[in-house]
Design a protein around this ligand. Structure first.
Ligand code: HEC
Length: 160
């Protein structure tokens, strides 16, 4: 059996993921965002940026990337800055295809706001510990942020 280096494996895996993402988006036939303010496209783009910004911190938390104080703190602050941005885009007229948001976003505004607030609190905590070099606290804080993304998705985002 051929032995691939971990880096090469990672490279192959990412290439496959990118390739399948391209194929999926080409085939899914999603509706075009025709809203004058492009609410759905805008908030989906912000969520993608959130994912990208959180990613390196996730690697640090899993010991797959070295912790660097300045870098990690800047990433945590960037996450915080982005984290306030999606919510105003869930406007009353913002529920239309190709959204993945569940109707519960508009039916249960108080719960949706609660999910935002508890998420923002986890990001606040991450910012607080980001420059401490306290790896246990950092790991815990990253974990809480990730759990919070997930818990909101379970309640308010539908599967594709
Ligand atoms: C308070 C609820 C809530 C929180 C917290 C939240 N999300 Fe989401 N997220 C949503 C909803 C609702 C959608 C569906 C948006 C749409 O399609 O209109 C979504 C969509 C997404 C998408 C898909 C974007 C697309 O192109 O379809 C990604 C990726 C994502 N979120 C990542 C994250 C990450 C990462 C976090 C945490 C750092 C996070 N979200 C936190 C509610 C939330």
């Amino acid at each position: 059996m051929i032995k691939y280096s971990p880096m090469l494996k990672f490279g192959i895996l990412t290439t496959c993921l990118i390739a399948s993402a391209l194929v999926l988006s080409a085939c899914s036939g999603d509706a075009k965002d025709t809203h004058p303010q492009q609410l759905v496209s805008k908030r989906q783009a912000i969520f993608k940026k959130l994912t990208k910004t959180l990613e390196p911190m996730g690697l640090v938390a899993r010991d797959r990337k070295d912790y660097s104080k300045g870098e990690f703190q800047a990433e945590a602050l960037a996450l915080q800055e982005l984290s306030s941005q999606p919510w105003p885009l869930f406007a009353p007229d913002g529920n239309y295809p190709p959204t993945r948001a569940k109707p519960s976003v508009w039916q249960l505004p108080t719960e949706f706001k609660k999910a935002q607030d508890s998420y923002l609190a986890t990001v606040e905590q991450l910012v607080k510990v980001s420059s401490t070099a306290d790896m246990a606290a950092i790991r815990q804080a990253v974990n809480e942020v990730e759990k919070s993304c997930k818990s909101c998705h379970e309640q308010f985002r539908s599967e594709r």
